[in-house]
Every structure is written in C-alpha cells, then in structure tokens.
Design a protein around this ligand. Structure first.
Ligand code: ACO
Length: 209
C-alpha cells in the first residue's frame, strides 16, 4: 500500500448534504453509469475525448475494466481514485493522478459532480477534502489542476479552495473532440494555512458535523 491509499475522507457538511470520499468500488457500476448517461450534456464538454460513443464508454459493462485500471494505478502509488458521496449516495468522482514522489512530490486533481447537485458546494467540499489528504497523509508538496477557460463553474471551485493561476497551456488536451487550451492552476502546501476544510468553514462555505 502507498501513503494515503486506500482512504475514507470527511464528512463535510454543505448545502447539498453530507460530503464524504471513499475508494472506487466494483459495485459502483450501476450508479456510475446511470448518472453519466443521464448527464452527458453536463460532462462531455469538459472531459478527455475517449474511443467509441459516450453510451458505449459509460455503459455499466465498461466499469469493471475502468475500475481495474484505476485500482492498478492506485496500487502502483500513482493515483488515488475516489468516489464523492453525498448523504451516502454515489454523486461523482474525485481523482488525484500522476502522483510523482522524490524531489517533485506532486500530482493533479480532477473531479465531476452529478448535475442535479450543482451549485450546492459539493465539488468545493470534495476538493478541500482531497487537497487536505494530498498535503497530509499522501505527503505531496504541490497539487495542480487544468481547466478549460470556458469552464467557469470549475474555475470558481478551484478559486474557492485557494488555487492560483499559473498560465495558459495552448492546445493542451484532447477534450470533447479537439485540442483545447487549458488554464494551469497550482497550490503548494506552504500556501495552505491550517487545512483547506478549515478555510471553507471559516468562510462559511461548509461546516463540520
Ligand atoms: N459561471 C460562473 N460561476 C459559476 C457558474 C457559471 N456559469 N456556474 C456555477 N458557478 C459557480 C458557483 O457560483 C460556485 O461558486 P461560489 O461557491 O463561489 O458561488 C461554483 O461555481 C460551484 O461550486 P460547487 O457548488 O462547489 O460546485 P458543484 O458541486 O456544482 O460542481 C463542477 C462543479 C465540478 C464543475 C460540476 O459542475 C461538474 O461536474 N461539471 C462537469 C464536469 C467538470 O467540469 N469537471 C471539472 C473539470 S476541470 C478539473 O477537473 C480540474
């Protein structure tokens, strides 16, 4: 096992409910697929282009192979693939990826949340829990994220938890069928006063139970 894996994080209370994070499970197939097929419009614009149709890629029968590769990366220490639960229900995913140790001690973070829970603080709370985990048990020094300039909601979430803008990556990632510019944002452990969850609580964005 690697530092910080497996992990159960939270809870944090926000308008949407009680937010917790836990490792992906084999039996998440039905919930994962149901939300992803229903919320295609909400998700597809912001996600890496995949092979085959959205329906095929997000069919429940595709989850076992995805789950297997996420778990393999986690066992290697390169990834922390978590499910976001709200009041105990599967509501999205938060993934820490490309974890590199040595003198870099860095990784990226990415997330999605079901459309019907939008604007209720769920992603902000999940990201705060994920970052505190990265800077605590995982032992990272820096976490980065990339976001399309058009993705205003995700940029708000990143700002809420303290990410700084570091630059524009041109034609960076194949997203929704084309090479898309992305803003690069970063955060290092020295910039976090206390914990990120504490910051949300202080700002009245979240509460502890
Ligand atoms: N323009 C500007 N701000 C907006 C907009 C908009 N159109 N819509 C929402 N917001 C703001 C809200 O006001 C709120 O900010 P505030 O708290 O400062 O007022 C913030 O965006 C949303 O915060 P949360 O409620 O915590 O976020 P939510 O749970 O709704 O999830 C998310 C946001 C993850 C972006 C969700 O909409 C989603 O899953 N989208 C599709 C997938 C996606 O874009 N994932 C992120 C890719 S980038 C990355 O992973 C680094």
């Amino acid at each position: 096992q690697h530092p910080g894996w497996p992990a159960r994080l939270g809870p944090v209370m926000v308008a949407g409910g009680r937010v917790t994070l836990r490792p992906v499970r084999f039996r998440d197939a039905a919930a994962w697929s149901r939300i992803r097929l229903r919320d295609r419009e909400h998700l597809e614009r912001w996600e890496p282009t995949g092979r085959g149709s959205w329906e095929a890629r997000n069919h429940a029968s595709n989850w076992p192979s995805l789950w297997t590769s996420l778990k393999a990366e986690a066992r290697r220490g390169a990834m922390i693939p978590l499910v976001i639960e709200v009041d105990g229900q599967f509501s999205g995913q938060l993934t820490i990826g490309n974890i590199v140790r040595g003198a870099l001690r860095s990784g990226w973070i990415g997330y999605w949340v079901a459309k019907d829970l939008g604007g209720q603080g769920v992603a902000t709370a999940a990201l705060a829990l994920g970052l505190d985990h990265c800077f605590g048990p995982v032992g990272l020094h820096r976490v980065e994220a990339t976001v399309r300039p058009e993705n205003h909601a995700s940029q708000a979430v990143l700002r809420n938890v303290g990410f700084r803008e570091e630059g524009l990556l041109r034609r960076y990632l194949d997203v929704d069928g084309a090479w898309r510019d992305h803003l690069l944002v970063g955060l290092t452990v020295e910039e976090v006063m206390g914990t990120v969850v504490d910051r949300l609580v202080r700002e009245g964005r979240a509460a502890l139970p």
